[in-house]
Ligand binder design. Structure first.
Ligand code: AHM
Ligand code: MG
Length: 334
């Protein structure tokens, strides 16, 4: 790369690429960038600071124990997005109900944000990568009125931007606004995200499969058959594949973006629709995947074509290299 570009500069340069560009989406992305920086500094201290680490004894809407950092991150993103007056409402994994901004700035906001503030919460205590994943839509309700449920139940195809932040060995923000995928790496000493992965493309094929295979006994026969296929020997297709499963979807998908492979969270006899949430986990990842030349599916249809009826609905999720997702779909069709 012959030129150093910061995320801030990139957003300004590309403003014209955003649909309905008037700087609002840029401002919105800037507030996510700011929250990501603050969260980064807190996550770095998570092992040190007792009042952030560990459970607080309440459960979120999914019935999962909320970690303190989840609550912190949730409030951070809500407050940061509210402050910019571009957003009329937020749906969060941590909130049972939609958050509708009824202040003047909120009523006039043109976008809704759907977010999982901390994905991979169970990895916080063990110092393993976690992340934030978000989807941005234009509202469908009239500007000047409070946001309504329909604003949040839009087809994944209507996303105007989506992205994730991975807090790993370095912190990265990866996003798309429908013109390819770009990744930015954070330099904490300067407090700046630099464009490090321009125009990310996922390899068409790979040799890594990523699934919680501890659930194998609960999988349906077609899923078991595909997992067995990944582990069987066929040198012409690079099998057996390597198995990698971090247990943080963002980290597993990030690796998949860079190295190729397939990430899977299937339905099973104990999880009728898998585990991951369509609106704020799968749809944004599917948008990024397609923009990078990859694919995301529930085994039957593309993730972004799934009909959404509930903001917290779950879906089986398979994402990664196009050829591998196509192969998986063949197995699940049977
Ligand atoms: P979370 O948002 O509550 O952290 O849950 C989502 C996470 C994903 O990051 C990850 O892929 C999955 O749950 C792991 O679940 P499991 O332990 O069942 O394999
Ligand atoms: Mg979470």
């Amino acid at each position: 790369m012959d030129q150093i570009i910061t995320l801030g500069e990139f957003i300004i340069q590309k403003q014209g690429d955003f649909p309905y560009a008037k700087g609002e989406l840029s401002s919105l992305l800037s507030s996510i960038r700011l929250a990501a920086k603050v969260l980064n500094s807190q996550i770095g201290k998570a092992g040190l600071v007792d009042h952030i680490l560990g459970g607080i004894g309440t459960e979120n809407v999914q019935g999962e124990e909320q970690k303190k950092l989840d609550v912190y991150a949730n409030n951070l993103f809500i407050n940061s997005l509210k402050a910019r007056h571009e957003v009329c409402g937020i749906a969060s994994e941590e909130e049972d109900k939609l958050i509708i901004f009824e202040n003047e700035g909120g009523l006039n906001g043109k976008y809704v944000v759907l977010i999982d503030p901390i994905d991979g919460s169970s990895n916080i205590d063990v110092n393993v990568s976690i992340g934030t994943v978000f989807a941005i839509y234009r509202r469908v309700s009239p500007i000047g009125t409070p946001a309504v449920t329909e604003d949040f139940l839009q087809s994944g195809r209507n996303q105007v931007a989506a992205g994730y932040v991975i807090f790993g060995s370095s912190t990265m923000l990866v996003f798309t606004s429908g013109n390819g995928v770009n990744g930015f790496t954070y330099d904490p000493s300067v407090g700046v995200f630099y464009l490090s992965h321009p125009d990310m493309k996922i390899p068409e094929s790979g040799n890594i499969y990523s699934i919680n295979e501890g659930n194998y006994a609960h999988f349906y026969p077609n899923t078991k058959a595909y997992v067995d296929y990944c582990k069987s020997i066929d040198k012409s297709t690079g099998r057996p594949y390597s198995g990698r499963y971090i247990g943080s979807m963002i980290a597993d998908i990030h690796r998949t973006f860079l190295k190729g492979g397939i990430y899977m969270y299937p339905k099973s006899k104990v999880a009728a629709n898998g585990k991951l949430r369509l609106a704020y986990e799968c749809n944004p990842m599917a948008f990024l995947m397609e923009q990078a030349g990859g694919k995301a599916s529930d085994g039957h249809q593309d993730t972004m074509d799934i009909q959404i009826t509930d903001v917290h609905q779950r879906t089986p999720f398979f994402a990664g290299s196009k050829n591998m997702v196509d192969k998986l779909n063949e197995f699940l069709k049977g």
